[in-house]
Design a protein around this ligand. Structure first.
Ligand code: ZN
Length: 193
């Protein structure tokens, strides 16, 4: 596995995996899609459609070579996120996540985003080093996640997506200008063969 930058792994893929990555990215909403700017709504208790949504999001995240994905990125305005910061670990899915603690200690590190040209836009983002999040599992069990390092960073990135916030909002005006200038329309679905 290559280096992880925020939501995106940077690495070289073989042709088949690269084709799958592009096909997955084509199903992920891209900036400036307005859904990425909207507030997601709480999932109601007992909603069984969440399991299917989580399954689809986990698959798209892995095929897109991301380490996290939030429901608005697949056009669904519900408070659901998935992440997988260790490549072969199970995917963690959080429903109605709430940040209940963030460390005062913060750190800046480079992040990319599957909705911002995948690996083409990388900006430094300052985040809390450790966080506590309360959520429910897709099956409705209460979860408390205490995370630090990359896991804490990815959770904060995905929580932002649930509130319509993107990494370009969390960086300096200069970085933001430069990043958005790189976001020319890109042929996401190029020749797949
Ligand atoms: Zn993102």
């Amino acid at each position: 596995m290559g280096e992880v930058e925020g939501q995106v792994r940077s690495e070289q893929l073989d042709a088949e995996r690269e084709a799958r990555r592009r096909a997955a990215l084509a199903q992920i909403r891209q900036y400036p899609d307005t859904v990425l700017r909207m507030q997601a709504h709480d999932v109601e208790a007992g909603d069984e459609s969440v399991a299917q949504l989580v399954e689809r999001m986990g698959r798209l995240m892995q095929e897109a070579r991301g380490v996290g994905l939030a429901a608005p990125q697949v056009g669904v305005l519900r408070r659901v996120l998935v992440y997988q910061t260790v490549e072969d670990a199970p995917v963690t899915a959080l429903v109605n996540p709430r940040l209940t603690r963030a460390s005062d200690e913060r750190e800046s590190a480079d992040e990319g985003c599957l909705s911002l040209g995948s690996a083409s836009v990388i900006v430094p983002v300052e985040r809390a080093l450790s966080v506590t999040v309360e959520a429910t599992s897709p099956e409705g069990e209460a979860l408390t996640i205490e995370a630090d390092g990359l896991e804490a960073r990815v959770i904060q990135h995905e929580l932002d997506h649930l509130d319509g916030v993107l990494i370009v909002d969390r960086t300096t005006p200069e970085e933001r200008r430069e990043a958005l200038a790189q976001l020319r329309p890109q042929p996401i679905l190029g020749p797949l063969a």
